[in-house]
Ligand binder design. Structure first.
Ligand SMILES: [Zn+2]
Length: 290
């Protein structure tokens, strides 16, 4: 690592001035690289925790977080904390997908959530508040994810509920922003000014579901407008074996089951004759008497 750049002397020579600029450039580059590195490390940790260690696509990673939360069951003590943990990771994944380097990385550290503030004012710790909110939202969230994975398999009521849920949490007004006046307005953007009256940045969300709902609505809009194919916009399926019903982000779009074992179990049950034939062939092929 380079030494920190020394401040410029009062009356520098042009050579000193040039060196100073180069030193500052190096410093800025290094800090940027460290920030990018921190972002990658955080992304890797979240990816491992939601069971997608190999995934690098930031949008698919959010989907991995979404299905992990939908698959969780917060109805007992262990499940409650597990669901809260997954939700904590999902919130991070929603923010670090933005490519700008200095964007918020940890929303719970940097942003406010109105619903969490309400719970903590009642005396809960931040973790308990998050767990409580994740618990309250889980059932409706799961119905909504099922609708996204397969709209045809839902009832009319479930479809209505799902869209209502997204809109209840994901409308634009639910994103709170700070505005700072621009002291250097310049309509052409020259002379180091900028053609804006003020700068806008996100300061908080109405509920913990707002960033997730905004993400989903954005993906659906992009699909509707033809910018993304369906399997890119909503890359999730629900396991075809009804007794399982887990959600997954499959690598191949043709997949129908969450795992090989579910595919096997489904075949055994749904097509007993075909399964018997398959097993007979399999045995003949691999267990021939010598
Ligand atoms: Zn399954």
């Amino acid at each position: 690592m380079n030494q920190r750049a020394e401040p410029l002397p009062q009356s520098p020579s042009s050579e000193e001035g040039r060196r100073r600029l180069e030193a500052v450039e190096r410093e800025i580059t290094e800090i940027g690289e460290r920030a990018a590195q921190a972002r990658r490390s955080l992304q890797r940790v979240c990816a491992e925790q939601v069971g997608a260690a190999e995934e690098r696509d930031p949008n698919r990673l959010v989907w991995h977080g979404i299905v992990a939360f939908a698959n969780s069951d917060p109805h007992d003590d262990v499940g409650f904390w597990k669901a809260a943990t997954i939700y904590r990771l999902l919130l991070v994944l929603c923010e670090i997908r933005f490519p700008d380097l200095f964007h918020v990385m940890d929303p719970m550290e940097s942003l406010s959530f109105r619903d969490l503030d309400y719970e903590t004012r009642k005396g809960k710790t931040e973790g308990e508040a998050l767990g409580r909110r994740a618990y309250d939202l889980h059932a409706q969230f799961k119905v909504m994810v099922a609708w996204l994975a397969n709209p045809k398999a839902c009832t009319a009521e479930q479809r209505e509920q799902s869209l209502d849920f997204l809109l209840k949490h994901g409308e634009e007004w639910q994103v709170y922003s700070d505005m700072d006046v621009n002291q250097n307005f310049d309509k052409d953007g020259n002379n180091s000014g900028a053609p804006f009256y003020y700068w806008k940045s996100v300061s908080g969300y109405d509920t913990i579901m707002t960033p997730v709902a905004r993400f989903i609505l954005d993906r659906l809009e992009r699909y509707h407008e033809g910018q993304l194919k369906l399997e890119e916009a909503v890359p999730i399926i629900r396991c075809r074996r009804t007794e399982c019903g887990r959600f997954v982000v499959p690598r191949r779009t043709t997949r129908e089951f969450c795992s090989n074992s579910c595919r096997t179990l489904y075949r055994q049950k749904a097509e007993p004759e075909a399964w018997a034939t398959y097993m007979r062939d399999y045995r003949q092929k691999y267990y021939k008497k010598s």
